[in-house]
Design a protein around this ligand. Structure first.
Ligand code: B1M
Length: 210
């Protein structure tokens, strides 16, 4: 079995310590960190999602895989990205209110940071008011909203509306993403950009800030 297959299989079992050993071993053997991330970890989480949906895996098991993935990503983090030094701009980002999914958002944060952005990560379950508070404090160039549930993407619309009401809309760009989000929805709620994945988010952020 290849390193990629082995890592993916272990991620699905949620055996964190074995996963970390296998990731380190694959890196030692010259497997590219980007391949470990996309082909083993992200693809593995997709399988976890399918099994969750079909009832083969339950929430505690999914959480074990999610936690193991977070630790594995920490190992890969310094090895990915452009490592630019000058600040490319200030970004605040969070998963919207009612939504606790943060693995994808954390990957977006990682890519943005490694592209030189100063990122303020507000975490998960972030209310429109908390976004507004952070906008006041940080005066960001970009606000990023993440959501993974069809039931929480309406909260993106509400957050954008609150930003408009606050009078701050013209001072910043809004980027949205997450599995149930698409370009059409982004246009509909008045966001400036939609990114399908972490790589696209970093490219878009750079292009939006010229
Ligand atoms: Co949840 N969950 N979950 N879950 N979970 C999904 C999303 C689901 C699709 C699973 C399924 O049924 N197939 C389903 C949603 C169905 C729907 O809404 N249509 C679901 C459900 C139903 C639920 C609960 C309601 C289950 C329950 O309690 N009955 C519950 C809700 C809790 C809540 O949020 N209030 C719940 C809970 C959980 C856990 C806590 C167990 C755990 C989250 C742990 C954590 O995040 N710390 C969890 C997980 C792990 C998943 C799956 C399996 C994996 C998500 C993930 O991390 N993917 C997921 C199934 C799936 O997606 N295949 C599922 C990997 C990640 C790298 O991808 O997050 O898409 P993703 O991020 C990508 C892009 O979307 C994009 O870039 C990222 C990196 O490339 N992106 C952005 C994301 N944000 C962006 C922001 C941007 C730009 C790009 O700009 C700002």
């Amino acid at each position: 079995m290849s390193h990629i297959d082995t890592i993916q299989k272990t991620l699905i079992t949620g055996d964190e310590e074995t996963l970390l050993d296998q990731v380190r071993e694959a890196l030692d053997q010259g497997v590219a960190p980007q391949d470990i991330l996309s082909q083993a970890l992200i693809a593995g989480m997709d399988i976890v999602g399918e099994r969750m949906e079909s009832g083969e895996m339950f929430i505690p098991e999914v959480l074990m895989s999610a936690q193991a993935m977070g630790r594995a990503v920490e190992i890969l983090k310094p090895l990915l990205g452009d490592e630019e030094s000058a600040s490319s701009g200030r970004i605040i980002i969070g998963t919207v209110k009612g939504d606790l999914h943060d693995i994808g958002k954390n990957l977006v944060v990682m890519m943005l940071e490694s592209s030189g952005f100063e990122v303020t990560d507000l975490g998960v379950d972030v209310s429109p008011d908390d976004f507004l508070k952070a906008i006041e404090e940080v005066n960001p160039h970009i606000v990023g909203l993440s959501a993974l549930l069809t039931t929480t993407i309406p909260m993106m619309r509400e957050t954008v509306s609150k930003i408009i009401e606050s009078g701050k809309r013209d001072t910043l760009k809004i980027m949205v993403g997450g599995a149930p989000v698409n370009q059409e929805f982004a246009d509909e709620i008045g966001a400036d950009a939609y990114a399908a994945d972490a790589g696209a988010a970093s490219k878009l952020a750079k292009s939006m800030l010229g």
